[in-house]
Design a binder for this molecule. Sequence first.
Ligand SMILES: NC(=O)C1=CN([C@@H]2O[C@H](COP(=O)(O)OP(=O)(O)OC[C@H]3O[C@@H](n4cnc5c(N)ncnc54)[C@H](OP(=O)(O)O)[C@@H]3O)[C@@H](O)[C@H]2O)C=CC1
Ligand SMILES: CC(C)(CO)C(=O)C(=O)O
Length: 297
Amino acid sequence: MKITIIGGGAVGLLTSGYLTELGHEVDLITKTEEQASLIHKHGVTIKRKGIERSYKVRVTSFQNNLSPNADLYIITLKQWHLHDFFLQWNGTKQPILMLQNGMGHMETAMEYLTESSLYAGSVTHGALKIDEVTVEHTGIGDIVIGPWLNNCPPLVDLIDEVHTHFPIHYTNDIQYILKRKLLINLVVNPLTCIYQVKNGELLNNPYFYKNVRGLFEEGIQVLGLDDLEWEVVKKVISQTSENKSSMFRDMEKGLPTEVEAITGYVLKVAEHKGISLPLTSFVHKSILGLERGKCHE
Ligand SMILES: NC(=O)C1=CN([C@@H]2O[C@H](COP(=O)(O)OP(=O)(O)OC[C@H]3O[C@@H](n4cnc5c(N)ncnc54)[C@H](OP(=O)(O)O)[C@@H]3O)[C@@H](O)[C@H]2O)C=CC1
Ligand SMILES: CC(C)(CO)C(=O)C(=O)O
């Protein structure tokens, strides 16, 4: 496929390298001209388990008119970049795949992208941007994609179930997959940020654990998920026990967090349903307050 990837961050670099490896024709769109010229010169490098591999990727910095004839556009921006980006972009009629955490971003996408077939994806890889051209693949997961609205055809040419370190699966129920990831991010991300601990500490410390369970119970009530998801949440926390959550890392770097797309989104749905979520509301305000103290922007 001819694929345009928007955003030269951790997920954008990882996706552009691996989709090139899989034989797709990739155009990467960075925010800055500096990053574009570095990638033009050195390619994109993916580090995995101490081994580095570089990929030659076509790259340009963002302008309103992105190469208009891609078969698919993949947006790998943070959710809080999206309004600004959509306001500046002339858009496309071609299919668009959104790869953000949370769920609030899909409402934003629907607001702006009225002419495209819209797809959502859930990423469970760990990716850490090392420098402008290098990303470390810190955890091998997968990407599950699916149509956001029922009338979008499956992206058959993108599916690759067998790739050992970058499998892409397809689902007809991406809403459920995103909700499940949202639930994990709802309980893990804000608490790790408030307590300033790695993910695993949420299970090890009995007091933190009680709050994980409390947030989980509020989350499943609003999202309509089953108590059985508790085992999934604990498994993901164990598997990522040595990770600092993305929200904790953003906060440490003085960047805005994705709290509105995660906790803020759940609170909005709860309000709509007339459900009160005291613990979720407490962590939401706590993160906003901490951001206010630390954020550079
Ligand atoms: N990293 C990970 O392991 C995982 C991430 N995710 C999700 O994926 C999404 C992306 O995350 P991640 O890649 O880590 O985030 P990053 O912040 O690393 O990447 C976003 C990139 O988009 C760039 N950008 C901003 N505006 C524009 C623009 N107008 N045109 C082109 N590029 C632009 C940013 O540039 P600048 O920094 O200069 O603003 C940044 O390089 C998030 O929603 C995250 O939650 C999900 C699972 C795992
Ligand atoms: C799964 C988890 C919690 C891993 O750290 C994550 O998705 C994040 O940090 O955003």
